[in-house]
Design a protein around this ligand. Structure first.
Ligand SMILES: Cc1ncc(COP(=O)(O)O)c(C=O)c1O
Length: 471
């Protein structure tokens, strides 16, 4: 055997050992990296190497340079953004996807990667209880899932008025009315931008105190606009977790022969839990859904799903064909027919493994646990007379503000507490603006976050608050 090749295999083993040691340490680890960006940049930087090196040394150095800058996102007390825990089983499957080096573009080239994705797609439709004929594209995350679903929407609403957008583009196309809630996620606007639908030319619908579209405003906007229509709802507002009134909205959009898309990056998973499913009642009547595997399913990054009721519209918007790419036959499904990329990661392995790992009951329990821990933390914090819960906890997200006094005073106190919490590093939590005021926003999205860990985090937040008050 080639010794250089062997050294590469040793490096794989070294990487695995280091990763396992890291994951063991993360439960108690600090939540902040010990080195900053500049220091880390300098550690990695050097002139371009003229000759290749020893794989073991390369990997050892990579680990040594990186560890001081790794944030404990997979730990039990990470409450920033909306971050799943990258479960070890999903990571193991994802390692194999890399090691096997499959280009999961088509069935002929990568039969196992294609087959596992097809099975995982069926399982997702079953778990989320969405129309079983829907097609599923395995993409990098909800940002791209929103893009893919809206590309299918654009294709279909224009096809219905006799316009072929895949062939003729957007120049001269009949205008499409896009309705979107005022509190939609920023990435949906990105998708609109990529699609030539314009982030600024949407009709924004007024929302209520938790960010849910007001149904009367939605109805009025539908009545005031004619022609091709795309409406974008959401399951799980990024700050409040609120979900739109899907049933009524779907009926109104269907009557207008429009398309209703749901950004359900994390909130769509409420469907997998019988105690939370009522929050997303009627969502199954929509035309497309974007969601993530790397959030509530605990699949490692990057993994999202673009789900489209009309598989033909999905395929029309995305499929790639060339004489050197043998198309799938019969019942076979080419993964690249439903995503923007040709060469692509085999994402089905990790999704299949995580669904096997948790099972239907495990997924439901995890969702219920996250929601219950979020509610418990919010109740403990807001039991303090000078900490205010901004909105009732609907799902797994909540916001709190600190201090009694005017808005400016509260903004200052809230940002100081967040800064102090980040410095103390027992947990990670971030800030956001809600209704123009700064809030501490907490997302409970990892199955590692038990009640005990939630209580530990609350204690650390209260300690930080005491420090800020006595400063
Ligand atoms: C509601 C919503 N939509 C879209 C996104 C973007 O998802 P991703 O970062 O996986 O692309 C997020 C991310 O948190 C989200 O919460």
């Amino acid at each position: 055997m080639d010794t250089k090749f062997d050294a590469g295999l040793d490096a794989m083993l070294e990487a695995a050992k280091s990763a396992i040691a890291y994951r063991r340490s993360i439960i108690e680890a600090n939540n902040s990296p010990v080195s900053g960006y500049r220091e880390l940049f300098n550690a990695f930087a050097s002139p371009v190497p003229e000759r290749g090196g020893d794989p073991r040394v390369i990997i050892t150095n990579l680990i040594a340079h990186s560890i001081p800058g790794i944030r404990a996102m997979t730990g039990p007390r990470f409450f920033g953004w909306v971050i799943g825990g990258s479960h070890p089983t999903g990571v193991a499957a994802d390692w194999l996807a890399s090691a096997w080096g499959q280009n999961a573009a088509n069935t002929m080239a990568a039969p196992a990667a294609s087959a596992v994705e097809a099975v995982a797609a069926n399982w997702l439709l079953d778990l989320l209880d969405l129309p079983r004929q829907s097609s599923v594209g395995f993409v990098t995350g909800a940002t791209v899932a929103n893009f893919v679903c809206l590309a299918a929407a654009r294709s279909e609403v224009l096809r219905r008025v006799g316009w072929d957008v895949e062939g003729d583009g957007m120049f001269g196309a009949p205008p499409i009315t896009v309705l979107i809630g005022e509190d939609a996620h920023a990435t949906v606007y990105s998708a609109l931008k990529y699609l030539g639908l314009g982030a600024r030319r949407v009709v924004e619908i007024e929302t209520d105190a938790v960010g849910r579209m007001k149904i009367a405003a939605f109805e009025q906007a539908i009545r005031q606009n004619n022609g091709p229509l795309i409406a974008i709802a959401q399951a799980g507002q990024i700050n409040t977790g609120a979900c739109d009134h899907f049933g009524e909205m779907c009926t109104m959009v269907a009557e207008r022969q429009g398309w209703l898309h749901v950004d359900g990056a994390f909130g769509l998973w409420a469907r997998a839990s019988s105690s939370r499913a009522q929050l997303v009642t009627g969502v199954e009547k929509a035309d497309s859904w974007a969601t993530d595997g790397h959030k509530w399913l605990q699949v490692p990054y990057d993994c999202g799903y673009a789900i489209v009721r009309d598989a033909e519209a999905h395929r029309r918007a995305m499929a790639i064909s060339a004489s050197y790419l043998p198309p799938a036959e019969g019942e076979e499904r080419d993964p690249s027919a439903f995503v923007p990329e040709l060469s692509r990661r085999a994402r089905g392995f990790a999704t299949w493994a995580m669904i096997q790992q948790l099972g239907r009951c495990g997924i439901a329990e995890m969702i219920e646990q996250c929601c219950a821990v979020a509610a418990h933390m919010a109740a403990q914090l807001s039991a303090q007379t000078d900490i205010l819960l901004v909105c009732p906890v609907e799902l797994n997200q909540f916001m709190i503000v600190f201090g009694r006094g005017d808005d400016e005073f509260r903004d200052g106190m809230t940002l100081s507490v967040i800064h102090q919490v980040q410095e103390d590093a027992v947990l990670f939590v971030g800030s956001a603006k809600w209704r123009n005021r700064w809030v501490m926003r907490v997302s409970v999205c990892s199955m590692e976050t038990t009640f005990k860990e939630g209580e530990k985090a609350v204690e650390a937040i209260l300690t930080a608050w005491q420090k800020v008050k006595s400063a």
